[in-house]
Each structure stands twice: as C-alpha cells, then as structure tokens.
Design a protein around this ligand. Structure first.
Ligand code: SAM
Length: 268
C-alpha cells in the first residue's frame, strides 16, 4: 500500500455520509442561529482560537462560515477590516445585531456558500482566511484550495477532534448510536497530499461548564439533536439532572469528553 494511493477527499466524503449529525441545508442553520449565538459568542473557544493568530492591525480577514460572528466580531475590533461570509441569513442577522451594537463599521457581512462562485459573489482576496468549525462541505479539497487561493498571507481553520463538541455519553444515554463523522486527521492528510504542510494545535474546552439555570444546562444539550422524541427528551433531562450540581448561585455540570478542536494553519 502506498500513501499516495489513499483518496483523503473520498474518505472525508464517505465519513460525512455516515455521521449522525446531518446538517446540510441553510434552513437547519437558520433555525438554530439564535441559540447558537447565545451559546457561542462569549465562549472560551474564541480566546483560544484568537490566541493562535498573531494579529496585525493592517490585516483584512475573510471569515468563511462565520455564523453569528463568533470570531468575526472580536477580529473586527483588532484588524483593519473583516468580511464575514455565511449562507444562513439568520446567522448573518445575529451578526448584524451585535455588529451595530458594537458600532463596527469595518465588518462586512456577505451571504454566500462554500460551493458558490466566490468571484461572482464579490469575495475578494484577504490577508488571512479563516474557517472556524465550518468545514461543512462534501468537497474538502476544493474548499481548502479556495481558502489557500483567497489568502495572501495565511489560512487558519478549526476542525473537529473525534466527537468535537458532542457528548458521546449523552448519545449513549438516549440509546442513539453516535457516528462523529470525519475529523481533523483527514484534513491534515489531505493538505499534505495537496503539498501544504500545515501546523497543528488543539483547543480543548473545559469538561466542566457553569450554567445560570437548570434550563440553560438542558438547552446546552438539546442542540445536539434535531428530532428528540418525548421519551428521549426525558432521558436527556435525566442525564443532565444526574450530573448537575450547585456552584454558588450557578449550576455546574461535568462531562467525561471535553469539547475538542484541532487548529490547523499554514502560511502562504
Ligand atoms: C458550527 S457553525 C460555526 C460558526 C462560527 N464560525 C463559529 O466558529 O462559531 C457553522 C456555520 O457554517 C455555516 N455553513 C454551513 N454550511 C455552509 C455552506 N455550505 N456555505 C456557507 N456557510 C455554511 C452555517 O450556517 C454556520 O453558521
């Protein structure tokens, strides 16, 4: 067997077909935009991701699959300008709320998809291109080559490690099989096969999280499923209640598998 005979793009595609969490359509993301913004805009993930970028004030940054602006918003406070691209209008509406609240005039939202013609969509090259937790594509090679082409200095992306943000124990508690889908090791190998020798580091979030209320703790688990039956919902609440403990005025819950991401980057 020879390394170069492995088709990493096909391996990625097949793993995506098998994965439990199938969110391909725009509407799926529209429906969860508000909840996603509430859970993610002030997540410790943001600081850990940004710590890897040696930000220069004159940079322009293209954020592909920006969501509600998890990274685009703090980046716009530090660099010359940011273009925030997502195919979900509801995600961009969440970003716009926060953009105007923070009076950021150097942050431009743009609705487009990975698969669109970026030139026709008016996406210009930027100093740095980022894609945070947004490699929701079937043709990974095409997406990576695009990011590389649109960046004049560097590309930064984050990709799942194993279960990523999901809690495999919760799937087991609900009696659902869990297939996490492709993770960063395919991306890293595909980059290698494209002649790109990328850097790698990891972002590991705390296994214990604090919540202001029991309801918030429950909602922080419900997002992992689309179509919970009443019985499954009861099991989920039971799972949360079994682990939730008082922490002063708040609550806290520990899981065995902390959310984990790979940060992959390369210079041009
Ligand atoms: C998990 S969220 C990540 C958002 C943000 N980058 C972050 O790290 O918090 C994934 C985002 O990718 C967007 N997305 C998914 N598929 C897409 C596609 N084909 N084209 C453009 N955006 C897409 C979704 O709308 C969603 O906002």
């Amino acid at each position: 067997m020879r390394y170069q005979d492995i088709d990493w793009n096909e391996m990625w595609r097949e793993a995506r077909v098998r994965k439990s969490w199938q969110r391909k359509k725009r509407e799926h993301w529209d429906q969860r935009a508000e909840g996603f913004a509430a859970r993610n805009l002030d997540s410790p993930y943001v600081e850990q991701f940004l710590a890897h970028l040696r930000l220069e004030p004159e940079w322009s940054v293209l954020d592909m699959g920006c969501g509600p602006g998890t990274l685009a918003l703090p980046l716009a406070e530090k660099v010359a300008r940011v273009t925030a691209v997502d195919f979900s209008p509801a995600m961009l509406a969440e970003l716009e709320k926060e953009r105007s609240r923070r009076c950021l005039t150097n942050l431009a939202p743009l609705q487009a998809a990975w698969e669109d013609d970026w030139e026709a969509a008016g996406i210009a090259p930027h100093t740095v291109v980022i894609a945070s937790r947004s490699l929701a594509v079937d043709d990974l090679a095409a997406a990576l080559l695009r990011m590389d082409r649109w960046a004049t200095k560097a590309v930064y992306l984050s990709d799942r490690v194993g279960a990523g943000p999901f809690d495999p124990d919760l799937f087991a508690a609900l009696g659902r099989p869990f297939e996490p889908g492709p993770d960063y090791i395919i991306t890293l190998n595909l980059l290698y096969s494209l002649g790109i020798h990328a850097h790698l580091d990891f972002i590991t979030l705390a296994a214990t999280r604090r919540y202001r209320s029991r309801e918030e703790a429950i909602q922080s688990h419900v997002w992992m499923f689309d179509d919970l039956s009443a019985k499954e919902y009861d099991r989920l609440v039971h799972y949360v209640d079994e682990r939730l403990v008082r922490a002063g005025d708040d609550w806290q819950l520990s899981r065995r598998t902390p959310p984990r991401w790979a940060l992959i980057w390369w210079e041009k």
